[in-house]
Design a binder for this molecule. Structure first.
Ligand code: ADE
Length: 264
């Protein structure tokens, strides 16, 4: 396997490139791709920057130019529901582009001419990710996130959620807007700006992907400062330890090849 690891921002992936064995760097399409071994897994790390186009471009390049066989998106998101709290972790079960609306030509949220509103990440890879996230919370969390930060962010007992992740070219910082999204998208657990674009690219190219997000804010009026604080001091710890656990698990028990390769 060759694992492509995408995050939007440096702070969401800090430490991974430094942990790489034998890193080699290549600039392509105004992005730095760093290939090497992460805990004995062949990997390519890259920052996509923010938004769906940036993420789609990055995912496509990882597959077409760097030959990755799987893609992991790791970063932060706003809570999509009241049961989801800052510090919790969301592993996408399904992804939708919440700003896609070509109605009345096509149903709202449908990506025109695909017949799909929702894109599914790879179930086996996502299950491994859930395991890595749960182990992180149980075994690493108290050491990785200092007491001061846990107190400042009110992180008591963070949990792992699975559910619908909605992506759009919009930072959601409005309670009413989030409520409207909740009404239109049942099962919503997180809002962010890249995951569904990566999921669509991976679906079309037949490459398994998974999306994990640490919740940085409540997508309300306080979202921007909450997001900035979380990204600065906590996000990298989540990404580093969860990716470390995932890579070790994948090394110990490799994923079975998929039989339904849809791409090419
Ligand atoms: N990423 C983190 N928080 C977000 C929010 N509130 N809206 C969109 N993307 C986000």
């Amino acid at each position: 396997m060759r694992l492509g690891i995408i995050s939007a921002l440096h702070e969401e992936q800090a430490g991974l490139v430094e942990a790489m064995r034998g890193p080699s760097r290549l600039i392509h399409g105004m992005r730095d791709y760093v290939a090497g071994q992460l805990w004995e897994i062949d990997a390519v790390c890259v920052l996509s920057r923010i938004g769906k186009v940036a993420a789609a471009m990055t995912a496509t390049t990882l597959v077409e130019k760097f030959g990755v066989t799987h893609i992991l998106f790791t970063g932060v998101a706003g809570a999509g529901d009241k049961t989801v709290q800052v510090g919790d972790i969301v592993v996408a079960e399904s992804l939708v582009q919440h700003d896609m609306d070509a109605s009345p030509l096509f149903p709202r949220f449908e990506v025109p001419l695909t017949g799909q509103t929702h894109f599914q990440p790879d179930a086996p890879l996502s299950m491994r990710l859930v395991g890595a996230a749960q182990d992180f919370l149980e075994l690493d969390f108290l050491d990785a996130v200092g007491e001061g930060e846990r107190r400042a962010f009110g992180l008591a007992r963070p949990r792992v959620h699975r559910g619908l992740v909605a992506s759009g070219d919009q930072f959601v910082n409005d309670r009413l807007r989030l409520e409207a999204m909740n009404g239109a998208l049942p099962g919503l657990v997180a809002v962010e700006m890249e995951g569904a674009a990566v999921a669509q690219v991976c679906h079309e190219l037949g490459v398994p992907c998974a999306v994990i997000r640490a919740i940085s804010d409540n997508a309300n009026e306080n979202a921007a400062p909450d997001f900035m604080r979380f990204v600065k001091s906590i996000a990298a710890q989540y990404a580093f330890h969860i990716t470390r656990r995932l890579c070790r698990d994948l090394k110990e028990a490799p994923l079975q090849p998929r039989s339904d390769s849809a791409g090419t």
